[in-house]
Design a protein. Structure first.
Length: 354
């Protein structure tokens, strides 16, 4: 067996149905009593529900979390935390709200309890992406990792089917790249395969029946495992492309991951036979071919397969290539600019992955 290093990220995880009722007990065991509750404007009612569970004992509610974690919003929310005498932060929502919680916690040292309601996985990573003056920067620090994660499947039931499917593929992408990460290890590979399997089984059921609690539970469990992969090992070409496309052309996060994944996987496939075999085992209907398994899953989910549908222009393809190849992440296959440009063009046009 090859030698490896493995570093676990220390978060406390509570998983189940109705688990938000555990918030008061969790705060009590930490000796905390005045949380600032964060949400997006779309999820303020869930923030209000937490206030009720805590019998109104909160420092304040801040409902302005938004995409890409702008520093201006973080500064405003940090001001609210300070003025209200908050002793902790509770974020409820997807990666955008969790990002705001991380940004405040990193700046102020306040304890961060998070309640994820999508499958993006940010809750179990020590990574923070922020934007200022149109530029995105990423910081990785153990202090960014939220201390407690409460997964409550009930809160994911309202995630629209279309966002559930793309958010689930976003999670699968973390596991895919973990399978061929430079610092990969057997533990993370196990989590990756189990995470892909759970999501690949659950997402088609959610698409047909978004109120299936069993499928929602499987998807949330898979998302936790895939997020753990993202938080533990380095990501490669696929994540670099998605960060470039999302950050520079304002393309939506989960949808971009969904479109790019088969293309990035096809590019890396010749260099990572073991990862491809492991992935094929985890994907139903793959017949031993991971790309076929992924394509069949995406067909079943009827997701959008081209970047032009989200407003990207053909002339942006060359620009995106330049940004993506100028400062690439480590990748198992050498980065060949002309092939990357063709990859992005195919993703833009919605052509088959090759
Ligand atoms: P999001 O947080 O932007 O949420 C999208 C929309 O869905 C929002 O309006 C939100 O309020 C709504 N929503 C979320 N959960 C819902 C629910 N259960 N019911 C109804 N509506 C709901 O989307 P996301 O894909 O979760 O997160 C994307 C962001 O997270 C990106 O900025 C990305 O960079 C970041 N991210 C960071 C990491 C990390 O490790 N740092 C990991 C993954 C994603």
């Amino acid at each position: 067996m090859d030698s490896f290093e493995y570093q676990a990220n220390p978060s406390r995880v509570i998983f189940g149905s109705g688990t938000i009722a555990r918030i008061p007990a969790e705060l009590e065991r930490l000796g905390l009593s005045k949380p600032l509750i964060l949400s997006t404007p779309q999820q303020t009612s869930q923030a209000e529900d937490i206030k009720k569970i805590l019998n109104g004992k909160v420092a304040a509610l801040f409902g302005e979390a938004t995409m890409h974690t702008p520093v201006s919003i973080t500064e405003k929310a940090s001001g609210v935390a300070l003025d209200s005498g908050a002793d902790s932060i509770i974020s409820i929502g997807g990666g955008s709200t969790i990002g705001l919680g991380k940004a405040i916690s990193f700046r102020t040292g306040l304890y961060h309890l998070t309640i994820p309601t999508t499958y993006a996985g940010s809750e179990v990573t020590p990574i923070l992406g922020e934007t200022q003056d149109g530029r995105k920067s990423t910081t990785s620090d153990p202090k960014i990792l939220p201390g407690t994660v409460i997964y409550d499947v009930d809160l994911t039931m309202t995630l629209p089917a279309s966002l559930s499917t793309t958010s689930g593929i976003n999670a699968i992408a973390h596991a895919v790249e973990a399978l061929y990460a430079r610092n990969g290890n057997p533990i993370i590979s196990l989590l990756a395969q189990e995470g892909v399997k759970a999501l690949a089984e659950a997402l088609p059921v959610i698409k047909e029946n978004p109120s299936s609690k069993e499928a929602r539970s499987r998807a949330l469990y898979g998302a936790w495992l895939c997020g753990t992969c993202l938080g533990s090992v380095g990501m490669s070409l696929h994540h670099k492309l998605c960060h470039t496309l999302g950050g520079s052309f304002n393309l939506p996060h989960a949808e971009t991951h969904t479109i790019v994944l088969p293309h990035a996987l096809a590019y890396n496939a010749p260099s990572v036979p073991q990862a491809m075999a492991a992935l094929a085992t985890a994907l139903p209907e793959s017949d031993g071919d991971a790309i076929q398994g992924l394509n069949r899953l995406l067909q079943k989910l009827e997701v959008v397969r081209d970047l032009q549908s989200f407003g990207m222009k053909e002339e942006n393809v060359a620009q995106a290539t330049e940004i993506a190849v100028s400062n690439p992440y480590w990748n198992p296959r050498a980065i060949e600019p002309s092939s990357i440009q063709e990859l992005i063009r195919r993703a833009w046009a919605g052509e088959e992955a090759k």
